[in-house]
Design a protein around this ligand. Structure first.
Ligand SMILES: NC(=O)c1ccc[n+]([C@@H]2O[C@H](COP(=O)([O-])OP(=O)(O)OC[C@H]3O[C@@H](n4cnc5c(N)ncnc54)[C@H](OP(=O)(O)O)[C@@H]3O)[C@@H](O)[C@H]2O)c1
Length: 329
């Protein structure tokens, strides 16, 4: 059986373009007895893939000619593993190709009840779990807090803000563009949202919270982190979740200085979602309850067919995505 595999053609320079990807025919042959064969239903596009394309991620870095891999929701079509019979729905890392052979030990059965199964890649999957772990285990917001969240319309940021609202905090988003800010305020019901493309961020923060935020959930890093740190209330908490400002840059930029951190008496916490896998069943239950109750909304950008994945990923890495980016296969 032949499939079309999408590979990294070369290391991107700056924001990725479709020329950084190549489509190649791959012969799958027959399935190794130790593997299960899966058919992809929905593929997740996530910013960390850009770090792997740069060779700077914590694992699974890519070199030219390697298949791009992502988490996907798949249907098992061939298997010798009794726990994963044909027809099972699983989440697993797969190369960007319609059918793949994968290690059954790396397949996670997905059963989200009445929720759409694709939510297992977004609001009820890795990005949602990142938000839930970061908020409940690190940020721990309460009614006295004013929390700022960057990349506020994305799957992590939007979930963070809504969880902080549910905990009684006042929540201010940061997002790029009037349309994203309107969604963050009107649909995700943040208290406010600063359009950093229209208004100087420091001015916006001073306007909306003159006493400074008590917490910042940082999805962006770079200058945005330094600006919010400069406005933080003394002793405020910062959860470092992402540095997307750096992903397209040739190297990771220097962060805030020790002096800036000391000046803010800041408590800075690093978040890696893999440390919080134990929370997944709880989040699937709590998140689904919030969705049913209307207190958690999500936004998705769904493109059709693997051939559309490179362009959709390039849009994500230019900040042009409208929520969680998924490829329906
Ligand atoms: N620590 C962990 O374990 C963990 C787990 C999952 C995700 N993350 C990180 O969390 C962050 C959010 O992830 P997500 O999946 O929810 O994605 P996302 O918010 O949809 O990420 C894309 C958004 O980032 C914003 N952005 C800001 N500066 C950018 C720049 N220089 N280039 C491109 N985009 C920029 C853009 O929104 P605006 O236009 O609104 O700024 C863009 O739409 C990412 O940094 C991701 O790597 C970390």
């Amino acid at each position: 059986m032949q499939v079309t595999q999408y590979q990294m053609a070369r290391h991107p320079v700056g924001p990725p373009t479709t020329d950084d990807f190549a489509a190649a025919p791959v012969d799958l042959g027959s399935r190794p007895a130790s593997a299960v064969r899966v058919k992809l239903n929905a593929l997740s596009l996530d910013p960390y893939i850009r770090m792997r394309m740069a060779g700077r991620y914590i694992a699974d870095n890519l070199k030219p000619g390697d298949p791009i891999t992502s988490e996907a929701i798949c249907t098992v079509i061939e298997s010798n593993t009794s726990a994963l019979p044909p027809g099972s729905t699983v989440a697993t890392m797969v190369p960007w190709q319609a059918v793949a052979d994968v290690d059954p030990a790396r397949c996670r059965p997905v059963n989200l009840g009445d929720m759409p199964v694709r939510y297992g890649l977004g609001v009820l999957g890795m990005p949602g779990l990142t938000a839930y772990a970061g908020v409940t285990r690190l940020l721990k917001p309460g009614p006295d807090d004013v929390i700022v969240v960057s990349a506020a319309s994305g799957p992590v940021g939007a979930t963070v803000g809504q969880l902080c609202k549910a905990a009684g905090a006042r929540v201010i988003g940061i997002a790029g563009g009037a349309e994203k800010c309107a969604w963050v305020k009107d649909v995700a019901r943040f208290d406010d949202c600063i359009d950093y493309r229209q208004e100087d961020l420091a001015t916006g923060l001073a306007r909306l919270c003159p006493e400074g935020p008590t917490g910042y959930f940082d999805n962006v890093g770079g200058q945005m982190l330094r600006t919010v740190l400069g406005k933080l209330r003394p002793g405020g908490r910062i959860v470092l979740c992402g540095i997307i400002a750096d992903y397209n840059e040739p190297e990771v930029a220097a962060g805030p200085t020790s002096m800036e951190i000391m000046g803010a008496r800041a408590h800075i916490m690093g978040l890696i979602v893999f440390d919080h896998e134990d929370l997944r069943p709880e989040w699937e239950r709590v998140g689904a309850e919030m969705i049913r109750a209307g207190t958690l909304v999500t936004r998705e950008e769904i493109v059709s067919g693997l051939a559309a994945a490179p362009a959709a990923f390039a849009r994500l890495m230019r900040g042009e995505n409208q929520g969680k980016v998924l490829v329906e296969v």
